[in-house]
Design a protein around this ligand. Structure first.
Ligand SMILES: Nc1ncnc2c1ncn2[C@@H]1O[C@H](COP(=O)(O)OP(=O)(O)O)[C@@H](O)[C@H]1O
Ligand SMILES: [Mg+2]
Length: 352
């Protein structure tokens, strides 16, 4: 039997959540096609409730493609997380990041542009593609991850078995969350400055038992001050995403932000820009786009700084509502969720 034709048939099997075919998703391994027998491994990156229905679709696709031969189809399902290469050359204090593959900082030059919304929904979208994800909310001035994930009031446990205090992250939606917000009284303003703020912030990343992760996202506080520089220097980040709105006119501020990562002592790649609140489309007029904050401001900035524009995310009422409810929009799909899924796909491509 022609193995190419078997592959062709399997290309027609789409993973309903990951929305790609199983060949493109690298889920098929050791494919063998002999007379009257097709055999392969169907590999899932994490336990998947859809595995048996996908397996059935594979059988059907093959039988449909070879009605005359009607081969026996043997599929071995297995769950196998991608192996993470242990990080080498870690500095003292970075041990908890030894099994974290990619660390991505989410930054912005000012508050309120949707940095946390992007961070939380990107975490969910990456997790839905089968990756192991953690998010450190290091915004010491306005930690919003507990609220956005419905984990307010949770109190992380501390593991002292190594003689050092290591904080255990809160797990929800299959993602590991850590936030300075878990350690402060509700509504109490944070007035940390200078070294105290940067230490608290670093703890949210370095003193947390992350275990094995494909992606660790860091929600940085807005701005580009000394605190940021010290943090970016001390955490082995793989790359940074800058979030803006189309309205962000303060070119000089963005430039400062870029220079913070590109500075020769720091030298961390900015992997791209996310333009948030790009336009508004009312549900009753799905064809209309209203550019409330101006059009393509983020796109132009990305061009100016010669970095990719990773996404334009529309203003969607359910993004705001779900943020307030603690059920991120990316879980539910729809117009909001779709934009974050596209962003996740771009990130996955970059680090493939
Ligand atoms: N694309 C969007 N559509 C609708 N509301 C949004 C969108 N992005 C952010 N918001 C809302 O705007 C507010 C500020 O977002 P937030 O993520 O907290 O910003 P930041 O972390 O940059 O301060 C929140 O209420 C959030 O729900
Ligand atoms: Mg925020």
């Amino acid at each position: 039997m022609d193995i190419k034709r078997v592959e062709e048939a399997l290309k027609g099997v789409i993973h309903p959540v990951r929305e790609k075919d199983i060949i493109t998703l690298n889920m098929v391994e050791d494919l063998k096609a002999e007379e009257g027998l097709v055999k392969f491994k169907l590999v899932f990156p994490s336990p998947d409730p859809l595995s048996s229905s996908i397996k059935k679709s594979c059988e059907k696709a093959i039988l449909d493609a070879f009605p005359a031969e009607s081969p026996k189809v043997v599929i071995m399902e297995l769950v196998r997380a991608r192996k993470i290469e242990k990080r080498l050359n870690l500095e003292l204090g970075q041990e908890q990041l030894a099994n974290v593959a990619h660390i991505i900082a989410i930054s912005s030059t000012k508050g309120g542009v949707g940095k946390s919304t992007v961070a939380v929904n990107l975490a969910v979208a990456l997790s839905q593609e089968g990756f192991r994800v953690g998010l450190a909310d290091a915004d010491v001035y306005g930690p919003s991850v507990p609220k956005m994930t419905g984990t307010e009031g949770e109190m992380p446990m501390v593991d002292n078995s190594s003689g050092k205090d290591i904080i255990l992250p809160i797990e929800k939606f299959g993602i590991k969350w850590m936030s300075i917000g878990y350690f402060v009284q509700n509504g109490q303003p944070l007035i940390w400055r200078g070294p105290m703020a940067s230490n608290a912030l670093k703890q949210m990343v370095l003193q947390v038992k992350w275990g094995e992760l494909d992606y660790l996202l860091i929600d940085l506080p807005p701005g580009t001050g000394d605190i940021h520089i010290s943090v970016v220097q001390d955490i082995p980040i793989s790359g940074a995403i800058v979030v803006t709105t189309p309205q962000e006119v303060a070119l000089a501020d963005v430039e400062k932000g870029m220079n913070m990562f590109r500075n020769k002592d720091i030298s961390k790649p900015v992997i791209g820009m996310v333009e948030n609140m790009s336009w508004f489309t009312p549900e009753e007029l799905p064809g209309n786009r209203y550019y409330i904050f101006g059009q393509d401001g983020g796109k132009r900035l990305a061009e100016k700084f010669n970095i990719p524009l990773l996404a334009q995310i529309p203003i969607v009422m359910s993004i705001r509502e779900n943020g307030d409810l603690g059920t991120p929009a990316a879980i539910k799909g729809g117009a909001g969720g779709e934009a974050f899924k596209k962003l996740a796909d771009k990130i996955i491509d970059i680090y493939r």
